[in-house]
Design a protein around this ligand. Sequence first.
Ligand SMILES: C[S@@+](CC[C@H](N)C(=O)[O-])C[C@H]1O[C@@H](n2cnc3c(N)ncnc32)[C@H](O)[C@@H]1O
Length: 198
Amino acid sequence: MDKKQEYFDTFGEDWDKDLTAEDLERLTHLIDNVQITEGITVCDLGCGTGVMFDMLRRRVGKKGLIVGVDFAPQVAHKAQRNFPFHNVGVVEAEASALPFYKDNFDLVISFAAFAHFSHKDEAIHQAYHILKPGGRMVIIHLVGRDELAREHHQVGGPIDQDELPSREELNEMFTRGHFDRFELAETDNLYFATGFKK
Ligand SMILES: C[S@@+](CC[C@H](N)C(=O)[O-])C[C@H]1O[C@@H](n2cnc3c(N)ncnc32)[C@H](O)[C@@H]1O
């Protein structure tokens, strides 16, 4: 296990307790904007303990499928324990080495996790690989880029340098990852990116 993985395995189980009611309300509103339809397959990348699972489950319905991915074993285990539903699964894996077939998911969504990915280019590339044609990759952080970098720097340790890419950097990443186009809504307290696969 590398230092970051160890860090999340130690502290990640309780991260969901820091989310406020306002955070959850904002997240719900953003997820509404993602327009998740019944029956689709969703990969929640860096799922943690499954904070988004219920929101996603309600939208995809019984015929849809949610697969959470997290590289921290304890965290992935807790997510699985929290959601023992037939159409929710959790896989312990690194975002840059996903164990899924090509063209498998309609949506790859990542909340409060992308900044932590050590190999962002590869994670985007992998997301593209597992997305069906017409699929989307959505990245959400409820904090702006500068504030997030400050917070991570303050926390220190292995997440000290974890940052979000600038618009230009993200554009390059999505382009290198073969995405057709991308959109980014960025404010002081939001980073909401979508990559579209043709
Ligand atoms: C701040 S937590 C957010 C978790 C969850 N999305 C939530 O909102 O509760 C970030 C999560 O990303 C996971 N993570 C970080 N880097 C990862 C990587 N390279 N591959 C897979 N998971 C990763 C961590 O283990 C952690 O659970």
